[in-house]
Each structure stands twice: as structure tokens, then as C-alpha cells.
Ligand binder design. Structure first.
Ligand code: ADP
Ligand code: ASP
Ligand code: MG
Length: 411
């Protein structure tokens, strides 16, 4: 039997009613003759609640126990989905990550999938089971501990299963009806795309568009998974939603494909560090060791052999970054006057493979922002994206202004 992977996100399984609705969609595919692997997220809000419990119990928590707690939301939905399918006379059973077993490395809270053996589930398909409901987001480490794949990780579970089982398609059911030119909740003119290239989706995801987890796009690209994003709230045809595919499968595209934003960024400046070879390594080595994901970096001009070093990181990592820097200062390994932290910034980015060959996108972006009085604090570019750091209060304005200026509402 051909295999289909269907993933339902948190809002799509938020209530028993919605689980029934999702189960009906699964029933439709079973009736077409597919063996279906359903990947479920925790019910909407559950994972946040569990993360809150952990933070309150232990601020500098043991990541193995964090995973033990936050993985549990998916277990509930997997069981409920299997029961709902059984009530509809569809032969189904639930699988937790360790039962598959979905093997990961030991990087708790952001583990990478290493292997998904197919024999257990295939044996059950052979015995007449039609649907394997798998708890998303979770796996098991070589040490036998439960791991999780990072926030939004059920998308990655879904794509990895599609690759392992050579599925005909991986359908990601969510609360929007596809991938848009930008987040439709921030810009009402956002336009749904019928297709988007893996490269552009990868950039948009890594720059904050949470409709797909970055790692899921990477895996789909590597294993040539036919990946589709669609709404669990509407009746669907085979053509619905957005197909994430190779660049070559897209006839014509705009220079800029989309705008992404990341709200929870912080900007930190180390004032007056020595301007000497090795200073960047002396700062960013220890930050990496402390688990701080540094994104943008700027070294300001130097005066009298001293310079300021500015970098950005997620707001959740500011405390760890400050501690790492202050420890270095106390140990005499790094000398600086002070740390200035601005935890009220956001990153706004434009993305498009057309930028490889079109000049002037950056200039236009900067002009649009200045016309709206938005001050740009830090800039980074790559071949197919330009990102700027701006005060958070300007984030939505910047997204909308860029969406207008690059005419993303027009195909
Ligand atoms: P799920 O719970 O189904 O995994 P998520 O909340 O993780 O859903 O992702 C869907 C959300 O992603 C949408 O509700 C939307 O607000 C947001 N989003 C951000 N950027 C985009 C985009 N470019 N296209 C579509 N949705 C986007
Ligand atoms: N429940 C997890 C989260 O909220 C994983 C997911 O939904 O993809 O991050
Ligand atoms: Mg998600």
C-alpha cells in the first residue's frame, strides 16, 4: 500500500471536536487506499504550559527532565487520536517516540533524528492496521532517555517519517491554508503561495516564519519529500495548500518571495573591548560554550585601540550571555567597560532566490524603512536574504511596508 504522512499541529487538535475533524480527514485518505502515518502535536497551549512548569520549578533545569516533561503533551493527543479513529472503525494504534523507536542524538531540547526503523510499524500495517498515530516532537537518545526536537519539532517528525517510509506525500495540516508571502496575522495583504522553493522556505523558516520548523524543510530538501502545507479547517482537494518543491518546478517568481520576522531578539553591546587579533574568538567562543545562539555581529570602528562589539541573540538567552561575559571579566580573561542590553528589538528579513541576480534590493529595503522613520540598528545579508534589526515597536510596520514596497500581494 502507498504510505501517506499527515501531521496535525496544536490548533488542529486543540479540542476533542477538532481531533474528530482531523480523524475524519484521515479516514478519507484511508478510504483512498493509503496506509497512513499520522503525526500529532500536543493540544494547543499544552507545550507552553509544560515549559512554564519546568521554568518555575527549576530555572537552570536539567534538559533531560525538561524533555521528560514537555514531551508528554504529544502522548495525550496520540492516544486520543487513535481512540477517535477506532470509534470510526478505522484500525489504528498510537506510538510514542521510544516505541518506534525514533532514535535521536543526546542534544536534549533540540535533538536531531538519527534513525527511524520501519519494521515495527510496517509489521502492524501488514496485520491490517491502517493508521499509525505517532506522537510528534519526541524521540529517544542512545542513553535511553526521552528527547525532544526543539519547538515546532512535530513538523520535523513528520518529514522524517515521510522520508523513512518513502511516503507519497507529507501533508502538514495547520491553522492557515498554506505558506504566505508573510505571516497573514501581521499583514492582511499577505498572499498565499501555490508553490515555494525549498531554499526560500528554509530561509523564511530560519528567519522566524514558524509555519514549518527549519529542520523539517532541510530534511524534505535532502530526501526529496513531497511536502505540502494546508489547512485542517477547510475541505481539501488534492491541489490545496502550498507545495514546497524544487526551484525548477516553479515557473516564474518575484525577486523577493517573502518577508519574515523574529520578535524575540535582543541586542547586546560590549563597550570598549581591546581591538586586537583574537578578540572575537575570546568573546564568541565562551558564548557558544554557554549555549548562546549568536546571530548578527558587528564590530564598531576602533578608537585608541578600543572598540565596541555588538551582537544579537534570542531574548531567552540574554541572562546566560551576560553571565558568560561577566565571568570572563571577573577571571581577567576579557576587559570591557560595560554591557548594554536592548531586549526590545526584532529582526525583519526579506527573502528571495531572485536576489541572486537582481541588484538594488538592499537599497530599496533601506529606503522603504527610512521613509517610514524606522531606524536600522544592524544589517546582515546573504545571497538570498537581507535582515535588519529594528526596535520591536516598528516590527509590524516594517513587515507591512516591505510587503507593499516589493508588491508581494501581486503574483
Ligand atoms: P501548528 O501548531 O499547526 O504547528 P504553528 O503555529 O507552528 O502551527 O504555525 C502556523 C503559524 O505560522 C500561522 O498561524 C501563522 O501565524 C504563522 N506564520 C508565520 N509566517 C507565516 C507564513 N509566511 N505563512 C503562513 N503562516 C505563517
Ligand atoms: N508541541 C511542540 C511545540 O509546541 C511541538 C510542535 O507542536 O511541533 O513546540
Ligand atoms: Mg508548528
Amino acid at each position: 500500500m502507498p504510505v501517506l504522512v499527515m501531521k496535525f499541529g496544536g490548533t488542529s487538535v486543540a479540542t476533542l471536536d477538532r481531533i474528530r475533524r482531523a480523524a475524519k480527514r484521515v479516514g478519507v485518505e484511508v478510504a483512498k487506499g493509503y496506509d497512513v502515518i499520522v503525526i500529532v502535536s500536543a493540544m494547543s497551549g499544552e507545550t507552553n504550559k509544560l515549559v512554564g512548569y519546568v521554568d518555575e520549578t527549576s530555572p537552570l533545569y536539567d534538559a533531560r527532565e525538561y524533555d521528560a516533561v514537555v514531551s508528554s503533551g504529544e502522548n495525550v493527543t496520540a492516544g486520543l487520536m487513535a481512540l477517535t479513529l477506532q470509534e470510526m472503525d478505522v484500525p489504528a494504534r498510537s506510538w510514542q517516540g521510544w516505541q518506534v523507536p525514533l532514535m535521536t542524538n543526546s542534544a536534549h531540547a533540540s535533538a536531531r533524528i538519527e534513525e527511524i526503523p520501519t519494521d515495527n510499524i510496517n509489521a502492524k500495517f501488514g496485520e491490517g492496521m491502517k493508521v499509525a498515530v505517532v506522537a510528534g516532537f519526541q524521540g529517544i537518545s542512545p542513553e535511553g532517555r526521552i528527547t525532544t526536537l526543539g519547538r515546532g519539532g512535530s513538523d520535523t517528525t513528520a518529514v522524517a517519517f515521510a522520508a523513512a517510509f518513502d511516503a507519497e506525500r507529507c501533508d502538514i495540516y495547520t491553522d492557515v491554508d498554506g505558506v504566505y508571502t508573510t505571516d497573514p496575522r501581521v499583514c492582511e495583504k499577505a498572499r498565499k503561495l501555490d508553490r515555494i522553493s525549498f531554499e526560500e522556505m528554509l530561509e523564511l523558516a530560519s528567519l522566524g516564519a514558524k509555519v514549518l520548523q527549519t529542520r523539517s524543510v532541510e530534511l524534505a530538501m535532502r530526501y526529496k519529500v513531497k511536502l505540502r502545507v494546508l489547512s485542517s479547517f477547510e475541505e481539501q482537494s488534492d491541489e490545496a495548500g502550498t507545495l514546497v518543491c524544487d526551484e525548477e518546478e516553479i515557473m516564474e517568481s518575484n525577486v523577493v518571495a517573502g518577508v519574515a520576522y523574529s520578535r524575540d531578539e535582543a541586542k547586546m553591546t560590549l563597550v570598549s573591548v581591546a581591538d586586537r587579533p583574537g578578540i572575537a574568538a575570546a568573546i564568541f567562543g565562551p558564548l557558544a560554550e554557554a549555549g548562546v545562539n549568536v546571530d548578527m555581529i558587528v564590530q564598531n570602528i576602533s578608537e585608541d585601540g578600543r572598540t565596541d562589539m555588538t551582537f544579537s541573540c534570542p531574548t531567552t538567552e540574554v541572562a546566560r550571555a551576560e553571565k558568560a561575559m561577566n565571568d570572563l571579566k571577573e577571571n581577567g580573561e576579557l576587559n570591557f567597560a560595560e554591557i548594554i542590553t536592548d531586549a526590545d528589538v526584532a529582526k525583519v528579513s526579506v527573502v528571495g532566490i531572485g536576489m541572486r541576480s537582481a541588484a538594488g534590493v538592499a537599497a530599496k529595503m533601506f529606503k522603504v524603512l527610512s521613509d517610514d522613520g524606522v531606524n536600522i540598528q544592524v544589517i546582515t545579508t546573504s545571497e538570498i536574504k537581507i535582515s535588519v534589526l529594528v526596535a520591536r515597536k516598528y516590527m509590524e510596520l516594517a513587515v507591512q511596508a516591505l510587503h507593499d514596497a516589493f508588491e508581494l500581494d501581486k503574483a
